[in-house]
Design a protein around this ligand. Structure first.
Ligand code: CP
Length: 362
């Protein structure tokens, strides 16, 4: 396995800060970077729809002087004929220098990274993680607030299936003075493993509430999210929950003058278009920041590869095929050849799936 990024925890805080500084420099001096990836190829493997992530990765590589190959849907790849993620990763490693991959199943990026012989960036794996969206979020917060610590951050909407929420909370847990407000319907609360393993483990203060309006006055950052229709197995439940929160110009009156409103996009109706002209609406700036951060990350991983930097993932202490992952969204639920691998947690007898992080007892 090469140095890859499955989630932001694969990067140290110093590395994150370095990527932010490079991204700022790229935005100010794009010509300096125009040939930095000359002769290099990025493969974009998108087994699931995307506008921003795929096209910003492609724009990023082109603006670095490199080139791009790839596919934008599983049906136009040999996945449609039953090719595994592992084989796809091995094959693409023969054609490209770096991979950006999105897949609907949780842990697919880890499987691909384990089998690729070139660096791999997770561009979203099911409801699990979306680290490069987090890079876009961090740069936007840094540029708008001038800091990444001492912030009150509210997450609103689908906190259960919203992978951008999971990755950003993970990243923020490494900065000082972060208070988290989790605003969601009961059915879409943040998964227990993130509350326990990230918020509680890092002693981050957090509250859970269903009240958006009542929360607004305290927030430096409001991170709105879409209800993730594609993750629901029950269409009726989606219909019932889809309009849980709509941020309107009227509701923005309850927010602070300098609250920064973020959204990973696409939005459906959870932010009224009337909010777009509010100076606090930063979600289109977030889109542009995403391209700069992806440029900086590609540069870093190719540099690390040249310098032989080792991967951060180990499988020390892993238990193989003694526990079966029951998560229907895990990559093991569709790829029968994969070993079921679990690592011990700090909880007695509780193990965590190495792919999707679901917990099971031995
Ligand atoms: N934010 C985001 O991941 O958007 P896309 O699904 O369009 O890539």
């Amino acid at each position: 396995m090469k140095r890859s990024v499955i989630d932001t925890v694969d990067l140290t805080v110093e590395e994150l800060d370095g990527i932010i500084q490079t991204a700022c420099d790229i935005s100010e001096n794009p010509q300096k970077y125009a040939d930095r990836c000359k002769g290099k190829k990025l493969a974009t493997l998108f087994f699931e729809p995307s506008t921003r992530t795929r096209l910003s990765f492609e724009a990023a590589m082109l603006e670095l002087g490199g080139s791009v190959i790839g596919f934008s849907e599983a049906s136009s790849s040999s996945a449609a004929k039953g090719e595994s993620v592992a084989d796809t990763a091995k094959v693409i490693s023969c054609y490209a220098d770096i991979i950006a991959m999105r897949h609907p199943k949780e842990g697919a990026a880890y499987v691909a990274a384990k089998n690729a012989t070139i660096p791999l960036i997770n561009a979203g794996d099911g409801s699990h993680c979306h680290p490069t969206q987090t890079l876009a979020d961090l740069l936007t917060i840094y540029r708008e607030k001038g800091r990444l610590n001492n912030l009150s951050v509210g997450f609103c909407g689908d906190l259960k299936y919203g992978r951008t929420v999971h990755s950003l909370i993970n990243a923020l847990s490494r900065y000082e003075g972060i208070k988290i407000v989790l605003i969601s319907p009961e059915e879409l609360k943040l998964p227990k493993y993130i509350k326990e393993d990230v918020l509680e483990k890092n002693k981050m203060p957090y509250v859970e509430t269903a009240d958006l309006e009542g929360s607004l006055k305290d927030l430096d950052i409001l991170y709105m999210t879409r209800i993730q229709r594609e993750r629901f197995f029950d269409a009726e439940e989606y219909e019932r929950l889809k309009d849980s929160y709509v941020l309107t110009a009227e509701k923005m009156q309850f927010a602070k003058d300098d609250t920064c409103v973020l959204h990973p996009l696409p939005r459906v109706n959870e932010i009224s278009v009337k909010v777009d002209d509010d100076k606090r609406a930063c979600y289109f700036k977030q889109v542009l920041n995403g391209k700069y951060m992806r440029m900086a990350l590609i540069l870093k991983l190719l540099e690390d590869e040249k310098n032989g930097v080792l991967p951060t993932h180990t499988e020390d202490g892993v238990v193989v095929n003694k526990i079966k992952c029951k998560n229907p969204r895990c990559i093991t639920s569709v790829e029968q050849e994969l070993d079921h691998k679990f690592i011990p947690t700090e909880k007695d007898g509780v193990y965590k799936c190495i792919y999707c992080e679901s917990e099971e007892k031995l």
